[in-house]
Write a protein that binds this ligand. Structure first.
Ligand SMILES: O=P(O)(O)OC[C@H]1O[C@H](OP(=O)(O)OP(=O)(O)O)[C@H](O)[C@@H]1O
Ligand SMILES: O=c1cc[nH]c(=O)[nH]1
Ligand SMILES: [Mg+2]
Length: 207
């Protein structure tokens, strides 16, 4: 599996704001929105384009458009803070939704929402979720996508734990990871260390 860590000073500054426990909900959401712009920009670097002639006021130039815009799939709640920015970068993109919350005891995802197109064959998919901890939520989401025919999935995350990266790898699914950081590991509550806390709570308040 390919893992791309977006290593850029502007991304690092925004990640620092998100890590900082003093950042309130609004500041956290603003930093996530701006960091998502950079992550999606990087994730689209190799996107195939179709060419066509575009007529400028002066002459004919080579124009391009995206050959196949990805389906965007925010994982609720925390992924909601990424979808508006991703959509504004890729206005043609369709959006599907998956909702789940980890059980605090087992740390396994408990799904509560699934709203996805029936047939995803031939369609690239970007899953938006700031946190990849045990990887359980991301693997569950990709299971749903692969069951609908997806063969080209990108997990767009802010912070990943090595355990989550390994889980994606071991899933055998056709996935690559774009993230701003790979942290040290998980604590006994399966929170990422040093991480940034609960990305859902930090945007929207406690559940
Ligand atoms: O890799 P995992 O161990 O599965 O953990 C990661 C998941 O945990 C968080 O969601 P959470 O369950 O806290 O729900 P929320 O977004 O509603 O807060 C996060 O947004 C991921 O979806
Ligand atoms: O550190 C973590 C782990 C899972 N989910 C979060 O929001 N944060
Ligand atoms: Mg949460």
């Amino acid at each position: 599996m390919n893992t791309h860590v977006v290593d850029h000073p502007l991304a690092a500054v925004l990640l620092t704001t998100m890590r900082d426990a003093r950042s309130d909900n609004a500041i956290f959401r603003g930093a996530l929105r701006r960091l998502t712009h950079m992550l999606v920009y990087e994730a689209m670097r190799e996107a195939p384009v179709a060419t066509f002639d575009v007529v400028t006021p002066v002459a004919v130039a080579n124009g391009v458009r995206l050959a196949q815009p990805p389906l965007l799939v925010p994982v609720l709640r925390a992924g909601l803070g990424m979808v508006e920015q991703a959509s504004s970068l890729i206005p043609q993109a369709r959006v599907g939704f998956v909702g789940m919350a980890r059980d605090e005891e087992t740390h396994r995802p408990v799904p509560y929402l699934e709203s996805l197109p029936e047939d995803l064959s031939g369609m690239p998919v970007f899953v938006l979720d700031p946190m990849l901890a045990t990887g359980g939520s991301m693997v569950y989401t990709i299971d749903l996508l692969v069951a609908r025919g997806a063969t080209d999935v990108t997990a767009v995350c802010v912070v990943a734990a090595p355990e989550g990266v390994a889980a994606l790898q071991e899933s055998g699914h056709p996935v690559r990871l774009v993230t701003a950081a790979v942290d040290e590991g998980l604590n006994e509550d399966a929170f990422i260390v040093p991480g940034l806390g609960d990305a859902g709570d930090r945007q929207f308040g406690p559940r």
